[in-house]
Design a protein around this ligand. Structure first.
Ligand SMILES: CC(C)(COP(=O)(O)OP(=O)(O)OC[C@H]1O[C@@H](n2cnc3c(N)ncnc32)[C@H](O)[C@@H]1OP(=O)(O)O)[C@@H](O)C(=O)NCCC(=O)NCCS
Length: 177
């Protein structure tokens, strides 16, 4: 396939079948099943289509947070980032995330946040994201009133000029997205 040059756009909805169109029907397409985490669905969805086929997705969800000693109360969570296996390495994740973040800048919170497996940290750094140091505690809620330490890496990026991520332990006041 030639590198698709289609722009990203907002999807009216994003179903399990849409995700399977991109990633196939494998058991663990994001490679995070072993964490056993429960996740929230995303609220806004962005995609790239090529020849009528959905080939990339990124989702957004507003999340309540606290960071010790700061007044930060909300972030825009980014999740469900997916590119079809046969079109990876052509900048489609970059493009669909940029489309999602352009929308995120209109939502109010000063930062976007995502969770990823450690091998993906360099990719997101390349896209301008900053990894929260592994020694900084990141706690998230799970079913049954549990609060656990997030086993994945946490990354943030500013949505507004001059926004600076505060230092200190991060607590997500919800399930992760
Ligand atoms: C992770 C995933 C979305 C990447 O999609 P992709 O379309 O291949 O990514 P891109 O081509 O847009 O690459 C983004 C940038 O990261 C760079 N990059 C890729 N791998 C890298 C690595 N290991 N180290 C550093 N940079 C890397 C690319 O060169 C590109 O930068 P550039 O545009 O300046 O060249 C895709 O592999 C996927 O769907 N994986 C399965 C689902 C998944 O794990 N999603 C992530 C959930 S957090």
């Amino acid at each position: 396939m030639n590198t698709p040059d289609t722009a990203g756009f907002r999807l009216a909805r994003y179903t399990k079948a849409d995700q399977q169109e991109i990633l196939g029907t494998g058991e663990d397409p994001f490679g995070v099943a072993e964490t056993g985490l429960a996740w929230l669905p995303k609220e806004d969805h962005f995609g790239i289509r090529h020849d009528g086929r959905l080939i990339a997705h990124a989702g957004l969800r507003r999340l309540p947070v606290t960071v010790d000693g700061s007044d930060l109360t909300e972030v825009i969570g980014v999740g469900g980032v997916a590119v079809a296996p046969d079109v990876r390495g052509h900048g489609l994740a970059r493009r669909v995330i940029a489309t999602a973040l352009a929308h995120a800048t209109t939502l109010g919170p000063p930062h976007a946040l995502l969770f990823c497996r450690p091998p993906l940290v360099p990719l997101y750094e390349r896209l301008g994201w900053q990894a929260i140091p592994p020694e900084t505690p990141v706690r998230v809620e799970q079913p049954g009133d549990r609060v656990i330490t997030m086993p994945l890496r946490t990354m943030v990026t500013p949505l507004h000029e001059g926004a600076r991520w505060p230092e200190g332990p991060l607590r997500l006041r919800s399930l992760p997205m």
